[in-house]
Design a protein around this ligand. Structure first.
Ligand code: 6R9
Length: 657
């Protein structure tokens, strides 16, 4: 890790935007000046110009009760109207909203007029099932148009959605549905993944029924099921309904009611430092303003001619903000792809870019690195000349991957924007502006206009140029989380207690000699695997839930492709030694157990069975030392261990494998 950081800090190449790109760009450096002169007025102007307000707001920010912010709070708007109807009313109904591509090559083109009509119908279906303002709806769907339609239908009614990524298990669905007291679950029979149908409804069925020490789930009254996989599903009468049956019966007329700017829009669960995922709460007006602004400014959006493709699943924040809310608020034409990047062949993504003439492509470093491994020959087979801008998100992008992205995908011409933000920040916070900033491979660079960020030491003092520390946001921002669902104390503790008046992001960062920001990864027990956040504590508790396991310690070890990989060290219970010895591959058993408990993305890359874990005298596991072992390094300082010989034993056991 340290050598990687050193590499980053010796990276001084710079790439100015081309003269042509700057000349044709939608935004200029004036935005920084304007925001600097009056930050709140800057955001108020964005909110007024980018959105339609049924009741205009007169207050921009209410920060009288920090850290609970209110933005534009006396204004009223409807989020779905802003993403749909107003584009149709402006004469853009025939513009394509989505070029949808199924994994098997089936396609659907959805215009803004069609999307609006579908969302109106779906809103009527949901209203008929009793959904309205103040309710939560859980959504567990593949990347099909119905996922977007569902989210917008919930928003249209003033209810809040909680999208659960399709890779999560029944247990994860249950805890999320319970935590949010969802009334309705929208799912599908299945979706296409890696060349076959992967069933979804069984996980929802299992989540809602009584199992183990859990009784039946009590708040969900209906399950609405989209037919996509055509796989056989079990049916619970009086609870389950087919989406297509209900949509066929519903009216396509629906007037959008305006709701307060602070009406909850969604809850999205993300991993924290403890075992229990946090329900990050976002509201309407401020969130939509910052999504629309950043989508326009960071991606230099030209809504009449651009084809935007953000490859994120709508189960993650990136899919919420840059597949659904930002792009649709701006009337963008997008690509939506159901499947995996390498099905049925490794050039699938490049083929899609060629087919739909994608101009703006936004993906994660882990994907770029895995394509890099396969070689440039694959993308070179396709015509990628439509691309004019590239984006990166989710984890630090190493300069080597950045250069490959630029050369092989961007033909050495397309600017690359490396965008830093989080589920909690709601929208992009740090990024180059492509027509303005000279980009540097590996650095996310500068806060966007209107955002105040700093790098501070443990005491909260700014470190200044050429130093490292912790990343903080120093002023409230429109798309900031409004809290953790049902747990205001945890919100204060997690993000605000450390510095009092500054938001603590949990990321380490460094400022270079020019003041550009370099992100160095998480400073807490959160791992970042392929751009997905996972908590060490959550995986440890899944591991110890297995009858074999006495103790478990999990670390994120650096991995060439996925950024970090989950590596687990487990101690088997004395009483289970005999039984576990009979199992051929304990590691495989425990890996799949984690997959069942949390979801396949959380499955450890390696599971090492050891006799001891390195602990301090106070009993804290020293993960730093385990990370050294997992990354094949000389083990660091062990003097604070209760038993200093334990690391030799562990290293011996691991290298013997
Ligand atoms: C949008 C998203 C947030 C964490 C964040 C940081 C890492 C995201 C990054 C980045 C370096 C970037 N992260 N973007 N690190 N450079 N451009 O990914 O949200 O899933 O909540 O993850 O991801 O560590 O704290 P989320």
């Amino acid at each position: 890790m340290n050598t990687q950081i050193d590499n980053l800090l010796h990276e001084y190449r710079k790439f100015p935007p081309s003269e042509k790109f700057s000349r044709e760009a939608e935004v200029s450096a004036d935005l920084y000046d304007e925001a600097k002169a009056d930050r709140l007025e800057f955001w108020a102007r964005q909110a007024r110009e980018l959105l339609h307000w049924d009741t205009p707001f007169t207050r921009t920010l209410d920060w009288t009760n920090p850290p609970f912010a209110k933005w534009f709070d006396d204004g009223k708007l409807n989020v779905a109207y802003n993403c749909l109807d107003r584009h149709v009313e402006a004469g853009n109904g025939s513009r394509v909203a989505f070029h949808w591509e199924g994994e098997q090559g089936d396609t659907r083109t959805v215009t803004y007029a069609e999307l609006t009509e579908e969302v109106k119908r779906a809103a009527n279906v949901l209203a008929g099932l009793g959904i309205g303002q103040g309710d939560r709806v859980a959504i567990y769907l593949p990347m099909i148009p119905e996922a977007v339609i569902s989210m917008l239908a919930v928003a249209r009614l003033g209810a809040a959605h909680s999208v659960i990524f399709g890779g999560f298990s029944a247990d994860s669905i249950r805890s999320r549905v319970d935590d949010a007291s969802a009334k309705l679950v929208i799912t599908a029979d299945g979706g296409w993944r890696k060349g076959k149908v992967s069933a979804l409804k069984p996980a929802v069925d299992a989540a809602l029924e009584a199992r183990g020490d859990l009784g039946p789930q009590e708040t969900v009254t209906n399950v609405l099921v989209v037919k996509r996989g055509e796989n056989e599903v079990d049916w619970t009468e009086n609870r389950d309904l087919w989406w297509h049956d209900e949509m066929a019966k519903a009216s396509a007329e629906h007037d959008a009611e305006a709701f307060e700017a602070e009406n909850p829009l969604f809850i999205l669960y993300t991993s924290g430092t403890t075992g229990k995922p946090k329900g990050i709460l976002h509201t309407s007006g401020g969130y939509l303003t910052q999504c629309a602004f950043t989508h326009k400014a960071v991606f230099d959006l030209k809504p009449e001619s651009d084809v935007f493709w953000c490859t994120a699943d709508v189960g993650w924040i990136t899919g919420h903000s840059y597949v659904v809310y930002g792009p649709l608020a701006n009337g963008t034409t997008q690509v939506l792809y159901e499947g995996t990047p390498d099905t049925p062949h490794p050039g699938r993504w490049w083929e899609i870019i060629e087919k739909y003439k994608v101009t703006t492509f936004y993906t994660a470093p882990t994907a770029i690195r895995s394509f890099m491994k396969l070689g440039r020959k694959i993308p070179k087979k396709f015509d990628l000349s439509s691309i004019r801008l590239l984006g990166s998100v989710g984890e630090p992008i190493n300069p080597e991957a950045w250069m490959w992205y630029r050369k092989v995908i961007g033909a050495k011409a397309a600017p690359i924007v490396d965008t830093w933000w989080q589920t909690e920040t709601g929208a992009i916070m740090i990024s180059a502006l492509p027509a303005v900033t000279e980009t540097k491979p590996g650095s996310a660079q500068v806060p966007i206009p209107g955002i105040a960020i700093d790098v501070v030491d443990e005491a909260g003092v700014p470190v200044g140029a050429d130093s490292g520390g912790l990343l903080v946001v120093t002023e409230p921002w429109p798309a900031m989380l409004r809290g953790i669902w049902g747990d205001p104390e945890r919100y204060k503790e997690t993000y605000w207690e450390k510095f009092g008046d500054k938001y603590f992001a949990g990321d380490g960062a460094r400022l270079d000699h020019e003041g550009d920001i370099w992100l160095l990864g998480r400073v807490d027990d959160v791992m970042n695997v392929s751009g997905h956040r996972l908590s060490t504590a959550e995986i440890e508790s899944a591991l110890v839930a297995h009858p074999f396991t006495a103790e478990a310690a999990v670390v994120g070890a650096s991995d060439e492709t996925t950024g970090q990989a989950v590596v687990a060290f487990v101690i088997i219970k004395e009483s289970m030694l005999e039984e576990s010895a009979a199992v051929e591959d304990i590691a495989a058993v425990l890996r799949s157990h984690v997959g069942e408990q949390i979801g396949p993305i959380a499955r450890p890359r390696d599971v090492f069975v050891v006799n001891e874990l390195p602990k301090t005298r106070s009993g804290k596991i020293m993960r730093r030392l385990l990370r050294d072992v997992a990354e094949g390094r000389e083990v660091g300082d062990t003097t604070t261990l209760a038993d200093t010989t334990v690391m030799q034993i562990i290293t011996g056991q691991v290298t013997a494998k």
